[in-house]
Design a protein around this ligand. Structure first.
Ligand SMILES: [Zn+2]
Length: 343
């Protein structure tokens, strides 16, 4: 990436209201069959246009073709029964009815590669594609077959690796794995979570990223955040081992969070996607607020490694707010970029 402080988003962006119910997670599609397939592509074109107008440097599909960042991938796998659901406690935070693993898991064909090829055709900008991470996948399922979180994670890691290699061949520049579970299960992360993630990226020549956040701005997450105290030190438990890992980029939450900024020192040397946009609030950041977050991060992240970003996905936000936040992100990044270039 030649641009200094290249901007991007953490993942999902709002869908148009003709495609899915707005401001809702797991929102059902409003179209079907061929109309749905065309609608998803049209939405992808729109989100790309909105990102480009806002000045986003590393663009994405805004997850327009998926209902949810984890379940849509799992729906395409063998060995998972979506009829046979169990209620589990996701990340020890909220109850959800989830599918059951009933046999060996496998992927019979690629899940997102056609969508990635379509996005590649539409833009010459670098593109980032998000996949769920192995640990977050197992946390969104009931396992009635492997009876071992670790074993299932390794199976998912090799499936993700097949998908990632095809995405790379389709022209994706950065493959990101979403691992909000890394902020909860610290012992497992250090014992096998990071190793499973590295397995998912094995042999890739494109850039690899891991996104670790405090979740979407939904009530279960904002209630959980209230229990975390004045300083959020969760990253401290996993950063030392991530710093040693082969993952190129770490995407994390900063603005309006209680993460002590000096924890970024623990991953010095890595590229860091710094969350400078709060996705849990409808208040639009000013460019100066964005710049302030980036300047604080620059104390602990070398300028050439700093990638201004959003704290998490923006799917649950109203579209006009998400767009205004994207514009603010780019204006704030421009302020700091100019400061760095005029030094
Ligand atoms: Zn997130």
């Amino acid at each position: 990436m030649k641009t200094l402080l290249p901007t991007s988003t953490a993942g999902s962006l709002p869908k148009p209201s003709w495609l899915a119910e707005p401001e809702t997670l797991w929102s059902p599609w409003k179209l079907s069959n061929r109309e749905l397939a065309e609608g998803k592509q049209d939405a992808l074109r729109l989100t790309l246009q909105e990102q480009q107008l806002a000045g986003v440097d590393i663009v994405s599909d805004g997850e327009q073709t998926r209902q949810h960042f984890v379940t849509t991938f799992i729906e395409h796998l063998n060995g998972v029964d979506f009829e046979h659901r169990k209620t589990v406690n996701i990340r020890n935070r909220y109850e959800a009815s989830v599918p059951t693993v009933v046999g060996p898991v496998s992927r019979s064909k690629s899940v997102f590669v056609e969508d990635a090829k379509f996005l590649r055709q539409q833009t010459s900008k670098p593109i980032k594609w998000a996949l769920p991470g192995p640990m977050t996948m197992i946390d969104t399922l009931y396992d009635d077959h492997y009876k071992s979180r670790e074993k299932l994670a390794w199976e998912f890691a090799s499936i993700l690796n097949e998908e990632a290699k095809e995405l790379e061949a389709a022209g994706v520049d950065i493959i990101q794995f979403d691992e909000p579970a890394f902020n909860v299960f610290f012992d497992d992360v250090n014992d096998w979570g990071i190793a499973a993630l590295e397995r998912a990226t094995e042999g890739l020549k494109c850039q690899t990223a891991v996104h670790i956040c405090y979740g979407y701005g939904i009530k279960a997450n904002t209630d959980w955040k209230k229990t975390l105290g004045v300083e959020w030190r969760q990253y401290e438990a996993v950063f030392p081992k991530l710093q040693q890992s082969s993952i190129d980029i770490i995407s994390l939450e900063c603005h309006n969070s209680h993460v002590p900024i000096e924890l970024l020192e623990l991953i010095r040397g890595k590229k860091v996607m710094v969350g400078a946009i709060d996705v849990a609030s409808h208040v639009i950041e000013t460019p100066e607020e964005v710049a302030d977050t980036l300047r604080k991060a620059l104390v602990h992240v070398d300028a050439e490694n700093l990638y201004p970003c959003t704290n998490c996905g923006m799917a649950p936000l109203p579209r006009h707010i998400a767009n205004a936040k994207l514009t603010a992100l780019n204006a704030g990044a421009a302020l700091v970029r100019n400061e760095l270039l005029s030094r």
